[in-house]
Design a protein around this ligand. Structure first.
Ligand SMILES: [Zn+2]
Length: 127
């Protein structure tokens, strides 16, 4: 692993560090480079979902790890379209009633806490 730096759509490296979106640290490393064309083909082959239009010319994603917060994240961040989530919603496996991350998150929440779950899908975490 090497320390993370920002790359543009043509894969040229710049000296700008990759900044963790959670804690702002620049102590990040690139775990993997994901070619968007390969990712799009996998989605098409496995799920019959065309995701190509969501990348706006981005050719490569960097899967990064923040050494300060332990967050794993992609650079650049790509938000899924409404149509993409509508399609995902049709797969039974996408919104599961039980997920390991629900159990993990629940360890940090007390009974009297108020929690805002952003991007909660069907809100199954709260059930
Ligand atoms: Zn971080």
């Amino acid at each position: 692993m090497r320390k993370g730096t920002v790359q543009n759509a043509t894969s040229e490296t710049s000296d700008a560090p990759i900044i963790c979106p959670l804690c702002g640290s620049t102590e990040t490393v690139i775990l993997e480079r994901v070619q968007v064309a390969e990712l799009a083909q996998l989605w098409l082959d496995l799920f019959a979902v065309n995701i190509s239009s969501m990348f706006s010319g981005v050719k490569q994603l960097l899967f990064c790890h923040c050494l300060s917060s332990d967050l794993r994240f992609f650079v650049p961040p790509i938000a899924g379209s409404g149509a993409f989530y509508d399609r995902l919603n049709k797969f039974e496996w996408y919104y599961l009633k039980q997920k390991a991350e629900y159990e993990y998150a629940a360890r940090f929440i007390n009974a009297d806490d108020v929690v805002l779950d952003i991007g909660c899908g069907r809100g199954l975490f709260a059930l």
